[in-house]
Design a binder for this molecule. Structure first.
Ligand code: NAD
Length: 433
């Protein structure tokens, strides 16, 4: 694979202006190579190819698109190891996570797109009207680094299934797995111009895509800051904008027989992927009269988490993705200490023996109030804040008191109780256990 090339109009091409940045393996701090960063001229070139391809691709039969998606899925299976090892080296996911979840989820998205396409009715009568579902057109797809293939395939699979064409700008921090996807699409026979990939920086390539008159829809996953920028830049051309942004998700633990397991699972889920998941349950709310017990259980669960080399089969938590992310997480741990929260475990600095790599200590704070920075900011690292609630109303009030609204969790054994809480939570996804 040549990291300097872009995939435009069915071939690997040089950027119009040569410019590149290093991709760093966060576990070794060593370079994985220089990747080209594009310009608005590269975006123009890809949009031209995509617009041309849309004319015929949007008119393909469902059976043709099903065959294409099935080919992609089969080649994806063949290239599975390449995808998981790219994810592991570019963003530091431990081997088991990279294989078991990060790479596997791409296959699930393809499977779902195939199932939906097999059963979808594109045209039907509704009274005296004909309702027809048409492909939107050229879709600009911008993705983050934390679940790189999840976001890339969850956008591309429905895009291709519906007859749309795509220009993908993956995260500049983790672009390699997306380039493997481009190789897979090429081998699967995706018609030229239907899928295009340009690497580059958000404020340059991402901005050029958002402003482009030839792009009909932007689908963005990333930070709230980035999402706002894309929506604003898209506004002048009145294109559709779809955003999936950050989170600071509450996890209400119910007082019941499952107490121990609920807390243990909540800790693991928060720390998984080194806390770098948009829907990580980072604010744990426990009943006030069992607060000390909860702290003990959480501490014990955290002490069992193994932080270390992503190559090791026993590693639960790898490094953070970058030096910038490491510095941000350290700053926020310091903020927790300064604000008077109690450091139960973890804290500042690197875990012993892990001086090279952007490793941090999985950290738990108790005595946290919801106005503290560590309870309000998306830390995007393995940091859990433990808070207490006295009753149903207080739990709901704390849970919903956030600028985010991506996810919320309720954990316990009583189905009716779980639903009673779930109905009052304001979030896009509610996870029950
Ligand atoms: P980010 O916003 O910095 O970058 C995401 C993507 O947006 C990258 O490709 C980047 O180059 C691009 N970008 C940045 N600024 C841009 C701009 N001005 N115009 C256009 N594109 C721009 O986010 P990140 O650090 O890569 O990812 C972490 C964030 O993503 C977290 O906030 C996390 O919660 C969120 N996220 C959300 C979901 C979800 O499904 N809701 C999933 C994963 C990650």
């Amino acid at each position: 694979m040549n990291l300097k090339k872009f995939y435009i109009n069915g071939e690997w091409v040089d950027p119009i202006e040569p410019n590149s940045i290093e991709v760093i393996n966060p576990a070794t701090e060593k370079s994985l190579g220089d990747v080209s960063v594009g310009s608005s001229e590269d975006v123009d070139k890809a949009v031209k190819a995509a617009c041309e391809a849309f004319k015929s691709y949007s008119n393909t039969k469902v059976s043709e698109r099903l065959e294409l998606l099935t080919n992609i899925r089969n080649i994806y299976k063949k290239r599975f190891d390449d995808i998981s090892s790219a994810i592991q080296s570019e963003m530091g996911a431990p081997k088991n996570l990279a294989r078991g979840s990060q790479a596997t989820v791409g296959l699930s998205h393809l499977k779902t797109a195939i199932r939906v396409l097999e059963n979808h009715t594109f045209e039907y009568n509704h009274g005296s009207y004909v309702v027809r579902h048409e492909a939107i057109g050229v879709c600009g797809l911008i993705t983050p680094w934390n679940w790189p293939i999840n976001q890339v395939v969850s956008k591309l699979a429905p895009c291709l299934a519906s007859g749309c064409v795509a220009i993908l700008k993956p995260s500049e921090i983790a672009p390699i797995s997306a380039m493997v996807i481009a190789e897979i699409f090429h081998e699967a026979g995706v018609p030229k111009g239907v899928f295009n990939l340009i690497n580059g920086l958000g404020p340059v390539v991402g901005e050029a895509m958002s402003c482009h008159t030839g792009i009909d829809m932007m689908s963005f996953t990333g930070s709230t800051r980035g999402g706002i920028a894309v929506a604003k830049a898209s506004a002048n051309t009145v294109k559709r904008v779809c955003q999936e942004l950050g989170g600071k998700s509450p996890n209400i633990i119910l007082d019941d027989d499952n107490f121990n397991k609920s807390i243990t699972d909540g800790v693991k889920s928060c720390m998984s992927n080194t806390g770098q998941s948009c829907n990580a349950p980072t604010r744990m709310l426990v009943p006030a009269d069992r607060y000390s017990e909860a702290i003990e259980i959480a501490n014990e669960a955290n002490n069992k988490i193994i932080t270390g080399d992503p190559n090791s089969e026993t590693t639960d938590v790898g490094p953070l993705v970058s030096k910038a992310q490491y510095d941000k997480v350290q700053k926020l741990i310091q903020s927790g200490i300064n604000s008077g929260a109690n450091l139960v475990t973890g804290g500042l600095g690197k875990p012993e023996g892990l001086e090279i790599g952007y490793y941090v200590k999985p950290t738990i704070f108790s005595e946290v109030t919801n106005d503290m920075e560590i309870a309000r900011e998306e830390i995007f690292g393995p940091v859990l804040t433990l808070m207490s609630y006295k009753n149903f109303d207080e739990a709901i009030e704390i849970a919903n008191d956030t600028e985010y609204g991506l996810a919320a969790y309720v954990t316990g054994s009583d189905k009716d109780e779980l639903m009673r809480y779930a109905r009052q939570l304001k979030a896009g996804q509610i996870h029950l256990n």
